[in-house]
Design a protein around this ligand. Structure first.
Ligand SMILES: [Fe+2]
Length: 151
């Protein structure tokens, strides 16, 4: 599956509501939709200027919805799914959030994503609603839109 629009992505993130999969996280299962919002909200707080990192935090959960139980493959699957819409960097952050190489240039950002991912389980932060992210998702998607043929 490849996402082609922010609308499709929003639908997928809405569908995470009610899905409880720990996918390798310790502790009690948490609602995936809430986990996505919490992770993104923590990243918005720690890295306010980095919209792509925030968006990576938001979408990192979708592999668990699309491939439930596939702990090893869910990050790769999510990364492949979001790449056409959100671009290479977001895809890379999502892919590496479970298993990354320490010498990869994006590892500092991956570490920040991992910290937010882990912290979100106990943050208790008011993370708002998915609709708050529509504009940010559209902004990031617009940067990676494929050139249109005019005329
Ligand atoms: Fe997570």
């Amino acid at each position: 599956m490849e996402l082609r629009s922010v609308e499709e992505l929003m639908d997928l993130l809405h569908a995470c509501r009610g899905s409880r999969n720990t996918a390798g996280h310790g502790g009690a299962p948490v609602d995936l939709h809430d986990h996505a919002l919490q992770t993104a909200a923590l990243l918005r707080r720690s890295r306010p200027a980095d919209k792509e990192l925030q968006v990576a935090g938001l979408v990192h959960v979708i592999g668990q919805l699309l491939r439930p139980g596939d702990v090893a493959g869910h990050a790769d699957h999510a990364a492949d799914t979001v790449r056409p819409l959100l671009g290479e960097r977001v895809s890379r952050l999502v892919r590496l959030h479970r298993d990354g190489w320490e010498d990869d240039p994006v590892m500092e950002d991956v570490q920040t994503l991992r910290q937010a991912d882990e912290a979100s389980w106990a943050s208790g932060l008011d993370a708002g609603v998915l609709e708050d992210w529509r504009t940010v998702l559209e902004l990031v998607a617009a940067r990676h839109a494929r050139p249109r043929t005019v005329g």
